[in-house]
Design a binder for this molecule. Structure first.
Ligand SMILES: Cc1cc2nc3c(=O)[nH]c(=O)nc-3n(C[C@H](O)[C@H](O)[C@H](O)COP(=O)(O)O)c2cc1C
Ligand code: SF4
Length: 369
């Protein structure tokens, strides 16, 4: 009944055992709990797990590939996924938060004079000047870091590299943020250069590894998302990315809108339907024959099977549905569909938990609410 969901698919030279992918998801929990969650998701039968936000540069906090403990953590994640025949992908990521400038506001945050919302607004306001005024030497060093991180991620056991086309790459892509007048700004070719060079750096560093590109799409009518490329720009950008070394695409709405646009709840005014971002995949599909992974509110096995079977998408990525029920794939493929705990897209404890700095969880962990 769900033969397409259960069928293998190739991303470059790597074969996924089925079409279900755990979408990149920041979990915000300690490493032991993180490993436990990833183990449950891998054991639940999906074909690939994308580890969200793996920094391409060494960071003073959190895990990164450049420290002994960080590298060991990523090695353990890869080992854990592989135990279940699940492939693992590193989302190579560069943040676009101007930490240097932001640090100046630390005393006001500490004194409670700035709220979390003020801070979020401030972070967004700083993005434009940050990417516009970044010295070109720094631009080059970040791009090179994508290659360096890919070498380490490969060494740690990752099977696939995802270049996160949003955040820094997405902000360079968008004229709403990027006002540069050099070869990284103004024309579409120049705004796309940061992402293209990041993909090229990964291709050069790990020539034999599949590269997936998370393509962030900015919607103009109605306006949603501020970073990334418009749908109209995709006809130019997708072939350029393919030439730069992309083996597949993961397509979603661009960042720097409200997080409840990129992670839309069921009552979202526009993206309330299952498969809410698949229209962007339809556009990408017009310009490439490479595999395209869809994401956004996917929960129903019949709907997912239909999208895969008709070739609208080649893989189906889920974040919240696999948080709600890591065994979704196993249940679907073994005729136990009725036992699935369906994500109701309430955002209460996943996005909500992340925003409250309590870590990413799900209402079902507490027996439902
Ligand atoms: C708690 C949470 C954290 C997320 N973290 C990331 C991330 O680190 N990188 C990323 O590209 N997307 C991230 N996303 C977005 C998801 O990958 C996905 O695109 C989005 O949730 C829509 O898919 P869904 O309806 O299956 O949840 C996150 C989503 C959630 C719910
Ligand atoms: S908290 Fe709600 S939206 Fe989030 S994963 Fe659970 S059911 Fe889905």
């Amino acid at each position: 009944m769900y033969e397409t969901i259960g069928s293998p698919v190739n991303l470059g030279n790597v074969t996924l055992k089925n079409r279900i992918v755990f979408a990149p998801t920041t979990l915000g929990v300690p490493n032991d709990a993180y490993l436990e969650r990833i183990e449950k998701i891998a054991a639940g039968g999906c074909g690939m797990i994308i580890i969200g936000d793996v920094p391409v540069q060494s960071m003073p906090f959190g895990n990164n590939l450049y420290t002994e403990s960080g590298f060991a953590f990523y090695e353990k994640l890869a080992e854990t996924a592989h135990k279940y025949g699940c492939k693992i992908c590193a989302q190579l990521h560069q943040d676009d938060t101007d930490l240097g400038t932001l640090r100046q506001y630390a005393p006001q945050v500490k004194a409670g004079k700035l709220t979390q919302d003020d801070l979020r607004q401030m972070i967004n306001d700083l993005v434009g000047p940050y990417v516009t005024n970044m010295p070109v030497e720094k631009v080059h060093s970040i791009i090179n870091a994508f290659g360096d991180a890919a070498v380490l991620a490969k060494k740690a056991g990752f099977d696939v590299m995802q270049v996160h086309g949003d955040r820094m790459c997405g902000s360079f892509a968008s004229p709403l943020f990027n006002k540069r007048t050099d070869s990284y700004g103004d024309s579409l070719e120049n705004r796309a250069r940061f992402l293209l060079e990041a993909v090229e750096a990964v291709r050069k560093a790990v020539p034999d590894m599949p590269i997936d590109v998370k393509l962030a799409v900015r919607m103009e009518q109605p306006q949603y998302g501020k970073a990334g490329f418009t749908e109209d720009e995709l006809k130019t950008v997708v072939p350029m990315l393919e030439k730069a070394g992309a083996d597949s695409f993961h397509v979603s709405l661009a960042n720097h809108a409200s997080l409840s646009d990129t992670i839309p709840p069921a009552n979202h005014p526009y993206f309330h339907e299952e498969g809410c971002f698949l229209g962007f995949c339809d556009t990408v599909k017009q310009y490439t024959n490479l595999p395209v992974c869809g994401v956004g509110g996917l929960t129903s096995p019949a709907f997912v099977e239909e999208q895969l079977k008709t070739g609208r998408i080649d893989c189906a990525a889920m974040s919240r549905q696999l948080l709600a029920d890591p065994q979704w794939t196993e249940k679907v493929l073994s005729g136990r569909e009725k036992e699935i705990r369906r994500c109701v897209r309430c955002n209460k404890d996943c996005l909500g938990g992340m925003m409250r700095h309590e870590g990413t969880h799900c209402i079902y962990e507490k027996g439902g609410k």
